[in-house]
Design a protein around this ligand. Structure first.
Ligand SMILES: [Cu+2]
Length: 360
């Protein structure tokens, strides 16, 4: 029976399992579920039977108190003990499997950055995107960080769930067994737009995955700045708080902001120029726009120089308060050096992050 349960690929509550740990997870789940059902029926059945059989039949009925029976007491102690031990060993082994990434997983490490209300994924070469792409049948190790509150990384199809906690790195791993697209949810209530903190895991063949990574490399180097800005707007989740059409959300709309004089909570004011935008992204708490809360996470160490330029050009392109030129080609940004020696894949991403910080 256990073998059959372990094979069952779909449970009543979850989609079919698509990772290497799903079978043992679901097997244990089914075991606990059916044990509970069987015991409920047994206990409730015996109880109802006894209520009827030993009911008080007349006012003169004087029941005799229960007496001791070693056999019965052992009978209700030992079998449950054995069952609980089975569940413990099974569960503990599954728990260890889920926490210990197999050898080689760190070669495919992805940094998962959660922020209100967005997921952003950074690959080993420093590329990043708003969906998580992984090669099939390959162990993937994840390092999870949050820049604001506690989120939770949850992919039901993979049976993977891990809290993402600010101020520390949590780790988990999975190995997807089938090409396809799977939902990725935040499973920890993290504020107003928690329910929109959803994205996809795209499991691809190794060739498709390699092509995808190459494409990400090209995007930063070749996309026109305004397009790169629009991409950053989605990838880093700016869109969760900022609109492009003038309607204020959690944060001010980006329409007509560039070139205007912005007033801050402390009464001071400053003209919105390139440096102000850069400051707003890397150090959002500094000049707090009047009427808004200090809820924007910093994107220091995540967003690249070219992408900041992109956001600036995007802001210019949608502002009536700006009538200067808009870049149509990426300028030679400091990050380009890191891109130029992209052949050295492992170092590229780190160099670039280091450089961004040096400039601060
Ligand atoms: Cu969340």
């Amino acid at each position: 029976m256990l073998a059959i349960l372990a094979q069952a690929e779909k449970t009543f509550f979850l989609p079919p399992g698509r990772s290497t740990v799903a079978a043992s997870h679901d097997g244990l789940y089914q075991f606990v579920l059916w044990m509970s059902v069987i015991w409920l029926i047994l206990i409730a059945g015996v109880m109802i039977y006894f209520v009827i059989k030993y009911r008080r039949k007349s006012p003169h009925d004087k029941p005799v108190g229960p007496t001791h029976s070693t056999a019965i007491e052992l009978g209700w102690t030992l079998p449950p003990l054995i069952l609980v031990m089975i569940i413990f060993v099974w569960g503990f082994r599954g728990f260890m499997d889920m926490n210990q990434a197999p050898n080689g997983a760190t070669r495919n490490q992805v940094i998962v950055a959660a922020s209100k209300w967005n997921w952003s994924f950074t690959y080993a070469g420093g590329q990043n995107d708003g969906t998580l792409h992984v090669p099939v049948n390959t162990p993937i190790s994840l390092v999870l960080t949050s820049s604001d509150v506690i989120h939770s990384f949850y992919v039901p199809d993979f049976r993977v769930k891990k809290d993402v906690v600010p101020g520390r790195y949590n780790k988990t791993w999975f190995q997807a067994t089938e090409v396809g697209e799977y939902n990725l949810f935040c499973a920890e209530y993290c504020g107003q737009q928690h329910s929109t903190m959803v994205t996809k895991v795209v499991v691809q063949s190794q060739e498709d995955y390699d092509a995808y990574i190459r494409k990400l490399d090209e995007i930063i180097m070749t996309m026109p700045p305004v397009e790169l800005g629009k991409r950053a707007y989605k990838v880093y989740g700016c869109k969760q708080c900022h609109s492009l059409d003038g309607i204020a959300g959690t944060g001010p709309s980006w329409k007509d902001v560039f070139g205007k004089t912005q007033t801050f909570a402390d009464g001071s004011s400053r003209k919105v120029d390139e440096n102000y935008v850069r400051d707003s992204i890397l150090n959002p708490g500094k000049d707090l726009v009047a009427g808004y809360d200090n809820v924007m996470p910093t994107f220091q160490g995540q967003i690249k120089e070219q992408e900041i330029t992109g956001v600036i050009e995007l802001l210019k392109s949608i502002s009536a308060n700006y009538d200067g030129p808009i870049l149509d080609k990426a300028p030679a940004a400091p990050g380009d050096e890191a891109g130029a020696d992209a052949g050295d894949t492992s170092g590229g991403g780190n160099d670039e992050t280091g450089e961004t910080q040096l400039q601060e």
